[in-house]
Design a protein around this ligand. Structure first.
Ligand code: UD1
Length: 424
């Protein structure tokens, strides 16, 4: 048995038509940033609607290694406290597990004047530099140096100083990192070309609930008026638009009819537009999204873009859907330079898809067949899971640890919708 086939796997029987209801969990990309924000105060930060995903566990471990306490008083709830944080250096093995962990840097350097970390890990989707984070800290007066593999940031004696920070790229975690640092800087920081993703907005609201003074929320120009200290707060993690989108795509491509509860309806326009163009029916009700598809799907082309464009995290799942659509679809990835890991796996299942650089061309509809495939990153994993739903026969998905990073109870949620899926 090869190394990579060890560990848990999914066995998925193809041919299900998804029917019923599913509830969306809390958003991975909100909760991870919110957990890092706990480092900005001595007081308790209480988070509810926390998803049970492995990225939360690994970031929790990292915070504990710094001296914080991370408790789960009940399912879906986290109580974080950073009063006793005495270590300002993120352990390399934990930082390499997910990219969001690098967001401990901003809070640590702002509050304690020192932070060190190896470059962050996470999915292998492109070069994923961190220059935007580091130049933001430097603009606020920090010195950033490289010590072996670690980045070391030091604030000047009087702490970080508010300033105007231009983001060379509207990086999501870069904006969050710099913004968190700016909450405790002296004076005002203006972040120009800030990311506007809903999870960034949600972090702004959480920080304001902790006593920060951030305005311009949702725009590309964030103003952060520094304050001497932040206090505790309680916040609900917003629902995961990517998980909601993944179920919406699954409903459409299997010709099903699924009610998706707690979907963040106001931030999913790009996906709704593309699914409707492909022939799906989208009904938006009180807190419920209903997605169905009675007829044949049509090819649609799209670009994966920063918000409010179609999320790059839905690129691979959409590509799976397009294998079932009649005609030729063209996909352009505009956010990451290596989002194409799913292409080879879908080809193993019979998909007619080719990629060149950051573009892919999908011809459909094709009859997919079960195969042994790998979840090569969290969203590539979602793509093969979706393909498995419509494939003839059984698909074995290996390396599903990647799916565990971002999808809570994926197998039981799919089972409730009528899919035969087992985890070993
Ligand atoms: C976050 C999300 C991820 C999502 C992505 C884009 C988290 C934990 N992850 O990742 O799910 O796919 O946003 O919506 O929130 N870049 C730079 N310089 C930097 C930082 C980034 O050039 O300093 C570039 C990257 O190479 C990439 C692009 O910016 O091409 C997007 O990256 P970024 O927005 O930083 O994504 P993440 O925050 O890592």
């Amino acid at each position: 048995m090869s190394n990579r086939s060890r560990g848990p796997r999914y066995f998925v029987e193809g041919g299900a038509v998804l029917n019923g209801a599913v509830r969306v969990s809390g958003a991975k990309n909100h909760v991870l940033a919110a957990m890092c924000a706990s480092l900005l105060t001595d007081e308790d930060l209480i988070l509810t609607n926390v998803p049970d995903i492995s990225d939360v566990d690994s970031l929790g471990e990292l915070l504990v290694s710094l001296g914080a306490t991370v408790e789960r008083p009940e399912a879906g709830k986290l109580r974080l406290n950073a009063r006793d944080v005495r270590v300002f250096e993120a352990p390399t093995d934990l930082i390499s597990e997910n990219r969001a962990s690098f967001q401990v840097m901003g809070p640590l350097v702002a509050r304690h004047g020192f932070a060190a970390s190896a470059p962050p890990g996470g999915d292998v989707i492109g070069q994923r530099p961190i220059d935007v984070h580091l130049s933001g800290f430097e603009a606020m007066g920090a010195t950033v140096s490289r010590d072996g593999e670690r980045y070391v940031a030091r604030a000047p004696g009087g702490g970080l100083v508010g300033t105007r920070v231009f983001m060379d790229y509207p990086s999501v975690s870069g904006t969050q990192n710099v913004m968190m640092a700016a909450t405790l800087a002296r004076g005002r920081t203006t972040i120009v070309n800030a990311a506007t993703e809903p999870e960034v907005q949600a972090l702004c609201l959480l920080l304001n609930a902790m006593g920060a003074r951030i305005s311009g929320i949702g725009s590309q120009l964030l103003d952060v008026e520094g304050v001497p200290s932040l206090h505790g707060a309680t916040a609900r993690i917003m629902p995961d638009r990517i998980e909601a989108g993944t179920f919406a795509i699954a409903a459409a491509m299997t010709g099903g009819d699924v009610r998706i509860h707690d979907a963040p309806l106001d931030v999913m326009d790009a996906l709704f537009t593309k699914l409707r163009a492909a022939g799906a029916r989208i009904e938006v009700g009180e807190g419920v999204l209903r997605v169905s598809c009675g007829g044949h799907l049509r090819a649609v082309s799209f670009q994966a873009l920063p918000y409010p464009g179609l999320a790059t995290d839905l690129h691979a799942p959409m590509a799976s859907l397009l294998t079932q659509a009649a005609g030729v679809s063209i996909i352009h990835e505009r956010v990451f330079d290596n989002r194409m890991l799913y292409v080879g796996e879908l080809r193993k299942m019979g998909a007619e898809i080719v990629s060149t650089g950051s573009s892919a061309i999908v011809s459909g509809p094709t009859v997919l067949h079960g195969a042994t495939v790998r979840a090569l990153d969290v969203r590539a994993g979602a793509a093969v899971m979706l393909a498995a739903l419509v494939a003839q026969g059984r698909t074995v998905i290996e390396e599903i640890g990647h799916l565990d990073r971002g999808y809570e109870q994926l197998d039981s949620k799919l089972r409730a919708l009528g899919v035969t899926v087992e985890r070993t």
